[in-house]
Design a protein around this ligand. Structure first.
Ligand code: KG4
Ligand code: ZN
Length: 350
């Protein structure tokens, strides 16, 4: 089965073609028209600008994805219908509807977060398939969640952030430290400098930030207080500009510590042996490394699955992968009923 994935929930216009059979999903093309350079000067995504860019980029992206995949027709279209910025989502949804009508092919409505989870099913990680139950830590710019997945399309949200998402916290912390947008990679790069040059620092870390809710006894998260703690720490330090790598390292460590601790606790409580990481923050190497070593040390017989870097941040291959498992059981949405939903809560978008 050949699936065209379409993703426009935020600031990446993405189209991808995947070829699927059994549990194997092969990416034939993965086109991402990134708007990062455009939004950089505003310090974050400007919805109206993103919407206009999507309109300009979507058809060229679809065209390029089809050309690179060297195919002329697809069996189904999978499109992100939410959650996300409504003005961005509309372009992808309307494009999917128009193509479905013109090509007479069925459409699958995909939840963006569900798409992130399915990045774990993209080849060469295909061997990870069908390892249920799985525990997924999904960490992006808009969401932070621990999800128990008992089968394809079967989710139980164990906990989520009560305020800022992990990626959002990285973005805000980076802005505060004058590191620009997107914040995650910028913080990670500064933190790396600190490690290379000063780690471990003589006399220990001088910057000390809290690990919010680390012992809360549930699986919820909160990151807005951490950002405020960073703000106060910086405000009370005349020399903060000379210590940006140290602030970045401690901030990153605080986020990673909380994410790792809660994931391990959830895996122990529910006796899960398959742990998966997903979302833009899953590209963070400190998180990948710390989670990997914690899983090895604390969860005997468990495996950590991580998507390839290209499939952590927003892309359409992950949307096509999620769509495939529904297309397989003919769980389609009539194209006329396909609707963008900025606040979509159901993990299964239909
Ligand atoms: O999943 P994603 O591409 O978009 C959303 O669905 O939100 O995630 C984007 C988020 C941004 O907040 C960005 O700062 C963060 O992922 N991010 C990272 C890294 N790369 C991207 N955060 C930490 N470390 C990274 N290497
Ligand atoms: Zn995303």
């Amino acid at each position: 089965m050949i699936i065209l994935g379409i993703e426009t929930s935020c600031d990446e216009t993405a189209a991808s073609v995947v070829r699927c059979s059994g549990d194997k999903i092969e990416v034939l093309s993965n086109v991402v028209a990134s708007q990062i350079e455009i939004h950089k000067k505003y310090g974050g995504v400007v919805p109206e600008v993103a919407a206009r860019e999507h309109v300009l980029n979507i058809l060229p992206a679809v065209d390029e994805a089809l050309k690179k995949a060297k195919i002329n027709s697809v069996d189904a279209i999978a499109a992100t219908v939410g959650p996300g910025l409504i003005t961005s989502l509309l372009t992808g949804v309307e494009t999917a509807k128009a193509l479905a009508y013109a090509w007479r092919v069925p459409v699958v409505a995909v939840n963006h977060i569900e798409g992130h989870i399915y990045a774990n099913w993209l080849a060469p990680n295909a061997k990870n398939n069908a390892r249920f139950p799985a525990l997924i830590l999904t960490v992006s710019g808009g969401h932070t969640m621990l999800v128990l997945m008992s089968g394809h399309g079967k989710y139980k949200v164990l906990g989520q952030t009560r305020d800022d998402a992990a990626g959002e916290a990285f973005d805000k912390a980076a802005q505060l430290l004058g590191l620009g947008y997107p914040g995650g990679p910028a913080i990670a790069a500064e933190a790396e400098k600190f490690k290379v040059e000063n780690f471990p620092p003589a006399g220990g870390l001088k910057v000390d930030l809290p690990r919010p809710m680390i012992n809360s006894g549930d699986f919820d998260f909160s990151f807005s207080g951490l950002k405020t703690a960073l703000l106060y720490a910086v405000k009370s330090d005349k020399n903060w500009k000379k210590k940006i790598p140290e602030y970045a390292a401690e901030f990153q460590q605080a986020v990673v510590d909380v994410l790792v601790e809660k994931t391990i606790k959830a895996a122990l409580k529910y006796n899960i042996k398959n742990i998966m990481l997903s979302g833009g923050v899953a590209a963070n190497s400190e998180l990948r490394n710390k989670l990997e070593s914690a899983v090895a040390r604390k969860l005997s017989g468990a495996r950590l699955h991580v998507p390839e870097l290209a499939y952590c941040t927003d892309n359409a291959a992950m949307i096509a992968a999620a769509g495939y498992f529904y297309a397989k059981i003919k769980d389609f949405t009539p194209w006329k009923k396909l609707k963008a939903d900025a606040n979509l809560e159901k993990m299964k978008a239909r």
